[in-house]
Design a binder for this molecule. Structure first.
Ligand code: GDP
Ligand code: IMO
Ligand code: MG
Length: 422
């Protein structure tokens, strides 16, 4: 029987450390595949004193023997993509051979980026806090059947498709009173589109099914986080794709039965960039300390991330909607030296305490916390479970008991080698 596709999913509001962990896991796989999102993602990898941030390209690209696949569920900005290739080429000379792209992936046009900014400007105080990479407008065109796909770039009617779509975008931008000078952006866009000629283009399902039939091991790399999912996140403060594990089915062309392990990754605390509900947010000195010690600034936009305690109610919800069967915790090292560490186990509302995500987050008056004693020893060099300080073990065991899912890796630093494998 052919194998299955494992899926790695962020369980919070993004930036859980997916890039680092996929890089660590990738030697165990033959293919790493992205299935949703686009250049709104910023996945950081660190090794040998070097640091890379990936936006569109899967985090297995540094392994010479691993294929990397950009699935049909992705929206690709040729300009960002070309720049990523230029940045990676010196370290990954195999990139043209190892990176394969679905013809069905949608293209982000310069006017999608302008529309993103125009919609945000029009929303004023209610803006989403988008990364302004054109994600929402590009997915809007996909769903409304007007989008342009990677495969369309090489069709004889491409220029007509482009002109018609841009004409619509320009009239929308005019309606929104948004300043639009696109000639320079267009030149940069058309130049960048040439880069796709250097890559193998294929159909997602053909590529993935062929790999599975050859018994190749595949890991699907999620982007964003479960709480940013278009259906299950804190709508409308979400991204425009299905970030949860079923998204891998749609975004790669595999049936639900072909999903294997669902690996859920979360930080030892919570962060969020952009607007929207965040029950455990700390607008105080503790939040400030978390931001400083965790270097919590966006990998894509550099914006300060909002910080707060770990929210186990939201985590359990994310585990459930994804079908997570293995957990990975990152950034426990950031909590070293805290006297007290808290985790939310319930939400208080006007009527009762609840252990689920309400339709309206405003119903939550405050989280109810359980406190843990902090560990005061440096954990960055620990490699074995036996060396873990008792306080951290108590914290980990509580999360496992609450979620009923085992934690398989405790990540204790940004470097590839800073992990405790349980
Ligand atoms: P992603 O979007 O989920 O890939 O996460 P990001 O790369 O946006 O943000 C995670 C940040 O935390 C990056 O700067 C990583 O290098 C860093 N990081 C990942 N794991 C750990 C960890 O266990 N400890 C520390 N201190 N940093 C980590
Ligand atoms: P990775 O893959 C964190 C957030 C934005 C904004 C909302 C919508 O690195 O975890 P969008 O640009 O998609 O229209 O923005 O989603 N957001 C992310 N936050 N990490 C990400 O990706 C994100 N991608 C989008 O900040 O609140
Ligand atoms: Mg990120």
């Amino acid at each position: 029987m052919a194998g299955k596709v494992d899926v790695l999913i962020g369980l919070q509001w993004g930036d859980e450390g997916k890039g680092k962990i996929v890089d660590c896991l990738s030697p165990q796989y033959n293919v790493i595949a992205r299935f949703q999102g686009g250049p709104n993602a910023g996945h950081t990898l660190e090794f040998e004193g070097k640091k890379f941030v990936l936006h569109t390209i899967p985090s297995g690209i540094f392994q010479q023997n691993v294929l990397n696949f950009v699935g049909n569920g992705i929206v690709v900005d040729p300009v960002v993509f070309k720049q990523e290739i230029i940045n990676l080429e010196p370290n990954c000379p195999w990139i043209y051979k190892n990176l394969i792209i679905s013809r069905h992936a949608h293209i982000i046009l310069p006017t999608h980026r302008l529309l993103d900014a125009a919609y945000e400007q029009a929303k004023g105080a209610h803006k989403i806090g988008s990364t302004l990479k054109g994600i929402g407008p590009a997915y809007t065109d996909k769903i409304s059947r007007q989008g342009i796909r990677v495969g369309d770039l090489f069709r004889s009617n491409f220029k007509d498709l482009y002109k018609n779509l841009v004409a619509k975008h320009l009239s929308l931008l005019k309606l929104l009173n948004f300043d639009t000078k696109i000639s320079d952006l267009e030149q940069e866009f058309f130049d960048a589109c040439e880069i796709f000629k250097k890559f193998q283009l294929t159909d997602s399902n053909i590529f993935i099914q062929e790999q599975l039939s050859k018994n190749k091991k595949i890991l699907a790399e999620g982007a964003q986080g479960s709480m940013l999912d278009i259906d299950f996140g804190s709508y409308p403060y979400v991204t425009s794709s299905n970030t949860i594990s079923p998204g891998a089915s749609i975004g790669l062309g595999i049936s639900p039965q072909q999903i294997g392990n669902v690996i859920g990754i979360f930080k030892a605390y919570c962060t969020r960039v952009g607007n929207g509900p965040f029950p455990t947010e700390l607008n105080d000195n503790t939040g400030e300390i978390l931001r400083k010690l965790g270097h919590e600034f966006g990998s894509t936009t550099g914006r300060p991330r909002r910080c707060g305690w770990l929210d186990l109610v939201a985590l359990k919800y994310a585990i459930q909607i994804n079908g997570v069967n293995q957990l990975i915790i990152t950034k426990s090292d950031v909590l070293t030296n805290f006297d007290e560490i808290k985790v939310a186990v319930e939400y208080k509302t006007k009527y009762s305490n609840i252990q689920h995500i309400p339709f309206n987050f405003d119903e939550i008056t405050e989280p109810i916390y359980k406190s843990f004693k902090g560990w005061k020893t440096n954990i960055k060099n620990i490699k074995q479970k036996e060396q873990i300080p008792q306080e951290l073990l108590t914290f980990i065991n509580f999360i496992e008991d609450y979620s009923k899912i085992p934690i398989k890796i405790i990540s204790v630093g940004p470097d590839r080698n800073e992990n405790i494998w349980i």
